[in-house]
Design a protein. Sequence first.
Length: 330
Amino acid sequence: QPIPEPERSYEATHVQLDEFEVFRTVGTGSFGRVRLVQQKTTGKYYAMKVLKKSHVVKAKQVEHVNSERRILAECDCPFIVNMLGTCQDRMNLYFFMEYVVGGELFTYLRRYHRFPAPVAKFYAAEVLLALEYMHARNIIWRDTKPENILLDSRGHVKLTDMGFAKKIVDRTWTLCGTPDYLAPEVIQAKGYGRSVDWWALGILIFEMIAGYPPFYDEDHYRLYEKILAGRIQWPSQFDPIARDLVSQLLTADLSRRLGNLHGGSADIKEHRWFAEVDWGRLAAREIPAPLIPQQKVDGDTSNFDKYPETTETYGDMASEDPYADMFDEF
């Protein structure tokens, strides 16, 4: 197992808001938005994730957000979006992240409806390496979905959004994640660990090949019933080997789920579906990606959806911060 790097210090991951020029919105979420920014001194582009403190506190997500910052400071992996640093003002928290120009895997999956097996295999393999990196550091991601997988300028995978990621020693019990991707043990409020990420990898592979997730219902309660029942309708584009891998990942019995056995992630890498993957070259990002995102200029935002802009200003330090003691590390 690789040895975890020491976490980068507060000083090394602290930036000032006035170092950046702010441009358009490239994403929105429940607590705020993500905007393209440019560092004035270097001319480099970054993604600035803005979280409204009042929303974070109201939704009882303070610990999740502080944990996200700690996890991002610890991670230094080519398949995970890198954090430059963070800061805060009276109203907001700011994460400054590597800008990943290709946009979401979700956008490409929507455009092509589904991926041929070799394309799905490439993305699944790179996601697997990112999960393996996190698991070696006792981090579970808990938020696998095509919207959280970005493609860089060369078409390689970068996992983003560590809002649900958690450092675990043994097991955890929190119900969180995206409903379509939740493992049975999460729904049943049993203790769970790394196994949930391998279940979600199975869902991701299915969705990439089929064009839709294996379990779906508008109603969350009925969706959870379907997940627990575990019955999958296999479309014709699944060959027996792909079906075997996904079946072993989507196994409710944790003592039989691939990735959760004695061999860990190596068992998944050694499955016949991944037989032709050269894991060493893949880890070095030497295998050409199947899709190269369009990019006309640095800071190109054409691969991201358009969002209504807000007129809010950033950097308000004028009055007292009611949340001053809640986000010490920012």
